[in-house]
Design a protein around this ligand. Structure first.
Ligand code: MTE
Length: 412
C-alpha cells in the first residue's frame, strides 16, 4: 500500500490497493506503513516533583489530583473543586487499555476504508483535517464504569473491572471536524450501516488473548449526527494521554466510543462488532438475557459532591456545599440534596444554566449541629424526567452506576 498522500487540502485515495489487500494489512498490522515510523509507546517518566507515575501515562499524576488504578488515573475526590465548568487537561482522568503512544502529527494519517464507501480507501493528513471547517463542542467524557466501586461498597455486590469512584469523568471543550464531514469526503454510501474507528495504541491483551487495537463500532446514525474528530481540548492541542493528534468524541456515549489516537475508520455495509461490543461494554447479570444487553450506547445520570469523602465540618457553622450533576439523556433540571442520610431533601441552587452533554454545578448551605458521622446525598433529575434511583440494577461488569451516592463526612 502506498503511504503517499496528496499534499493539497484534499484527502487522497491510495492507488492500486485491492480491498482484500487493505483488509489484510489493517488486520495484521493496522496502518503499519505509517505507524512504523512513529516512536513506540514511551513509559511515563517519573516526575521530579515526586508525582506518581502510572505505567504508560505521559502526564504528571500528583497524588492530590489523581488516584492511580492500574494503567489508568482517576481524578481524585476533591480535585474538581474550583475547576469551573471545564476540567483542566492536567487533572482529566486517563483510561488506557495499554499505554499512551507519543505520535507525531506530521506522520499521522487517517485511513477511511471499507465496503460502505462508494470508492476505495481515502487518506487524510493532519493538515487536511485542520483545513476542513471546524466545530467546537463542550461535552463530558465519562467511562462506562464510572462509579463502579459503589456496586461493592454501597450495594454489597461483586463486579469486575477498575474500581472507579466518581472521578472517571471530565468535561472539556473539544474542537475538531465533524465525523460526518470526513465520511462524506471519503464517499460514504447509502449502504453503510456501521463505522468503526480504531486506535493506534498497542493491542490489548488479557488472559493471554489479544483483543487487537481498541476499536468499537458506531451506528451510522450516531456517526453522522454529533460525533467529532477532535484535535483540540480546552483550546490546546490534545495532550498525548487524551489522544494526540486526533481522537473521536462521541458526546453522551460511554467513553469507549471516543477512540483515542485515531488511525483508521472502517465504514461497513454490514453490522460490525468488536470485543468492546461483544464481551465488554454490555450488561450481563440476573436482570439481563444470557447473551447480555445490547452494546452500551448512552451514559446515565449522576451527581457528585466536590468535598472529598471523610471531609470534616465544624458544627454550629454554615458550610457551603458544592457539587455537580450530569445526565446523558438531557440537561439536568433539578438537584436535591440531603444532609441527614436521606430523611429530608431540599433543592440545591444551580450555578450554571443546564445544557445537554455537560454538567451543572450546584450548591447548598448546611449548618450541622452535632458532632459525629453524617451522610450527604445528592439526587439529580433531568429534563426528560429521569431521576437517580437509590439503588442501581446490578450488572457483573459494574457499568452505568446511576444511584445516589452516600457521601460520608464527619462533623466535629
Ligand atoms: N481509545 C484508545 N485508542 N485506547 C483506549 O484505551 N480507552 C477508552 C476511550 N478511548 C481507550 C480509547 C475509554 S474506556 C475511555 S473511558 C476513554 O477513552 C477515556 O478517555 P481519556 O483517557 O481521554 O479520559
Amino acid at each position: 500500500m502506498s503511504a503517499a498522500t496528496a499534499s493539497g487540502p484534499h484527502p487522497s485515495r491510495p492507488g492500486g490497493v485491492d480491498r482484500r489487500d487493505l483488509l489484510k494489512l489493517l488486520a495484521v498490522t493496522p496502518v503499519a506503513p505509517v505507524a512504523a515510523q512513529w516512536a513506540a509507546a514511551a513509559p511515563a517518566a517519573a516526575d521530579p516533583a515526586g508525582a506518581l507515575a502510572a505505567p504508560g501515562i505521559a502526564k504528571p499524576l500528583p497524588p492530590e489530583l489523581f488516584t492511580i488504578r492500574g494503567t489508568n488515573a482517576e481524578t481524585a475526590p476533591g480535585a474538581f473543586a474550583g475547576t469551573g465548568g471545564l476540567t483542566p487537561a492536567d487533572r482529566f482522568f486517563v483510561r488506557n487499555h495499554t499505554s499512551t503512544p507519543r505520535l507525531g502529527e506530521s506522520e499521522w494519517r487517517l485511513t477511511v476504508w471499507g465496503d460502505g464507501l462508494s470508492g476505495g480507501p481515502v487518506r487524510f493528513t493532519y493538515g487536511q483535517l485542520r483545513s476542513m471547517p471546524s466545530v467546537t463542542r463542550t461535552a463530558f467524557l465519562e467511562c462506562a464504569g464510572n462509579g463502579r466501586d459503589y456496586y461493592a461498597t454501597q450495594q454489597g455486590q461483586s463486579v469486575t473491572g477498575t474500581p472507579w469512584t466518581l472521578g472517571a469523568i471530565g468535561v472539556a471543550r473539544w474542537r475538531g471536524v465533524r465525523l460526518a464531514d470526513v465520511l462524506r469526503r471519503a464517499g460514504i454510501s447509502g449502504q453503510a450501516v456501521d463505522v468503526m474507528p480504531r486506535g493506534l495504541d498497542d493491542a490489548y491483551v488479557t488472559g493471554g488473548v489479544s483483543f487487537g487495537r481498541p476499536r468499537r463500532p458506531l451506528p451510522v446514525a450516531k456517526a453522522m449526527d454529533d460525533v467529532i474528530l477532535a484535535y483540540e481540548m480546552n483550546g490546546e492541542p490534545l495532550p498525548y494521554d487524551h489522544g494526540f493528534p486526533v481522537r473521536v468524541v462521541a458526546p453522551a456515549w460511554v467513553g469507549i466510543a471516543s477512540i483515542k489516537w485515531l488511525g483508521d475508520i472502517e465504514v461497513s455495509a454490514t453490522p460490525l462488532s468488536s470485543p468492546w461490543t461483544t464481551q465488554s461494554y454490555r450488561l450481563f447479570g440476573a436482570a439481563y438475557p444470557p447473551e447480555g444487553s445490547a452494546p452500551l450506547t448512552r451514559q446515565t445520570i449522576k451527581s457528585m459532591f466536590e468535598c472529598p469523602p471523610g471531609a470534616v465540618f465544624a458544627p454550629g457553622r454554615t458550610h457551603h456545599l458544592t457539587g455537580r450533576s450530569w445526565s446523558a439523556a438531557a440537561a439536568v433540571r433539578t438537584v436535591e440534596v440531603s444532609t441527614d442520610g436521606g430523611a429530608h431533601w431540599r433543592r440545591a441552587r444551580l450555578r450554571d444554566t443546564p445544557h445537554r452533554d455537560t454538567w451543572v454545578r450546584w450548591s447548598a448551605d448546611w449548618r450541622p449541629r452535632h458532632d459525629g458521622p453524617a451522610v450527604l446525598l445528592a439526587r439529580a433529575t433531568d429534563a426528560r424526567g429521569n431521576t437517580q434511583p437509590l439503588t442501581s440494577v446490578h450488572n457483573t461488569q459494574g457499568y452505568l452506576f446511576d444511584a445516589v451516592v452516600r457521601h460520608r463526612v464527619t462533623v466535629g
